[in-house]
Design a protein around this ligand. Structure first.
Ligand SMILES: [Zn+2]
Length: 127
């Protein structure tokens, strides 16, 4: 990967990072609404749960983005963290923070512990 390509990815990742930080601030502002009406109360609870699920998803992406930026700095960006093969440019273009090539991603999605072990970085534990 060329320096220019890396710089472009770094920019995309930093933009994504800033966007997620803004989203998080928005979600922190979610009010816990209460109602005497049981149905309404259930709807509020559902809305809160949705917000929390989306927050969890965002924080997983945020960690992946941070980790991708670290890989840009240490020169390993673009290689699958599990098998070391190059991640296809198309895949990186769509999901620049992905740590896996498509084959390892599929294995990870199926719950392959061998593959998932590759992302047990000390960095992840610190989050
Ligand atoms: Zn791989």
């Amino acid at each position: 990967m060329t320096k220019t390509e890396l710089a472009t990815f770094a920019e995309v990742l930093q933009t994504k990072q800033a966007e997620l930080a803004r989203l998080r601030m928005g979600l922190d502002g979610i009010a816990i609404e209460r109602s005497a009406d049981a149905l309404e109360e259930a709807q509020y609870k559902y809305a809160r749960e949705l917000a929390i699920a989306s927050l969890n998803r965002d924080s997983a992406v945020r960690r992946a983005v941070e980790w991708a930026l670290i890989r840009i700095h240490d020169g390993t960006f673009g290689a699958c963290v599990h098998c070391g093969n190059d991640i296809s440019p198309r895949r990186l273009g769509a999901v620049p923070w992905t740590p896996f090539c498509i084959r390892c991603q599929e294995a990870a999605d199926l719950g392959s512990e061998r593959v998932l072990k590759s992302i047990e970085e000390p960095f992840f534990d610190a989050a």
